[in-house]
Design a protein around this ligand. Structure first.
Ligand code: COA
Length: 325
């Protein structure tokens, strides 16, 4: 059986924050943020938790799918900002939506998390282990950034997106490929408050990395512009499809300049890349399903479209998925 996309949903916090409002928080400017990232505004939580946003996106995706909560047999939440280490966000969502039959776990692969979760769902359905799977990407990154660090706090944001997949004989998820390079773990990281130092030394060390996200922006930029093209080409291999067959590429919404470079390296029409980072900011694992749900709402994503999803981020990790909608 194939994993067919049955429904999509998204949830953003009500509070939209314009670039200009950040000028009062760190030394930055609307012009700098627009030029270097493409971002114009983002949504930031005013108390909504990762679970709240994940639950709302899940409800909308379920409604869109026509399935009942008890039809789900697996819930995967991709997040790097879970509300708790334990229980998993997926368990909290299960309770909120009443999906009592579903097994639940969270998955940590940073901004590639949604594609990793989708790949797991695809393999569960193909193997017959699951019939209907809910995959959610959800983040409250405003809790994770250092609001005195202008190199990160102007980029990241909050939100959730969800996808319901069901077993089908129709073409659905065609191929997923994933990758990681742990050697580059420090390029983009959020180290829990001294956890590893505490384990090693029995007590916190002086060079405790602190609780906030840290990013070497230029290295991430170079990595991302290269890996997007490589990952897309790798995923098309052996499928019988080529770049020219794609109706859409939906990349992780990190930065418009990364996508401009990737599109020109691939020699692929830039208008095939859907972008909404301008209004959402970078919502990490949530960004791809938020984009897909927005495309469906705007009626630009149609049944039968051939779509490539591609994610990249901390770990370093990356992954792409070729899907017939
Ligand atoms: N506002 C204003 N100026 C800023 C700034 C901000 N928010 N952040 C950094 N600057 C300054 C720097 O201090 C530097 O000043 P200097 O020239 O006086 O030293 C200048 O802008 C250029 O900094 P630099 O780091 O070279 O900028 P950049 O062109 O590399 O752009 C990023 C920075 C972060 C936008 C860019 O590296 C990038 O997009 N990286 C990828 C980030 C990403 O997508 N991460 C998520 C991946 S999942």
């Amino acid at each position: 059986m194939n994993a067919k996309v049955l429904g999509l949903g998204r949830a953003l916090p009500n509070r939209a924050v314009e670039n200009i409002e950040l000028e009062g928080v760190v030394e930055t400017s609307d012009a700098w943020i627009r030029e270097r990232t493409g971002i114009e505004r983002r949504h930031l939580s005013t108390g909504e938790t990762t679970t709240d946003l994940a639950t709302e996106a899940a409800r909308r995706a379920l409604e869109d799918s026509g399935l009942a909560p008890e039809d789900l047999d697996l819930i995967i939440v991709a997040t790097m900002t879970p509300d708790y280490f334990m229980p998993a966000t997926a368990c909290l969502v299960q309770k909120n939506i009443g999906a009592h039959r579903a097994a639940c776990f969270d998955l940590s692969a940073a901004c590639s998390g949604f594609v990793y979760g989708l790949s797991v769902a695809h393999h569960f359905i193909r193997s017959g282990g699951s019939q209907n799977v809910l995959v959610i990407g959800a983040e409250t990154l405003s809790r994770s950034v250092d609001w005195t660090d202008r190199t990160t706090c102007v980029i990241f944001a909050d939100g959730a997106g969800a996808m319901v997949l069901g077993a089908s004989t129709d073409e659905g998820v065609i191929r997923c490929t994933l990758g990681a390079r742990g050697d580059d773990q420090n390029i983009l990281s959020t180290k829990a408050p001294g956890l590893q130092n505490f384990l090693l030394a029995g007590k916190p060390l002086e060079d405790d990395p602190g609780p906030y996200m840290k990013m070497d922006g230029q290295t991430v930029f170079r990595f991302s512009t290269k890996i997007v093209g490589e990952s897309i080409r790798e995923t098309l291999k052996g499928t019988g499809y080529s770049l020219g067959d794609l109706d859409w590429v939906v990349p992780h919404q990190a930065n418009t300049r990364i996508v401009d470079y990737a599109a020109s390296r691939l020699k692929l029409d830039r208008s095939k890349f859907f972008m909404n980072v301008q209004t959402t900011g970078n919502t990490s694992a949530a960004s791809i399903p938020i984009a897909l749900a927005e495309m469906k709402e705007k009626d630009v994503l149609h049944s039968g479209d051939l779509v490539m999803l591609t994610g990249f981020g901390g770990g370093l990790t990356w992954g792409s998925a070729l899907i017939r909608f």
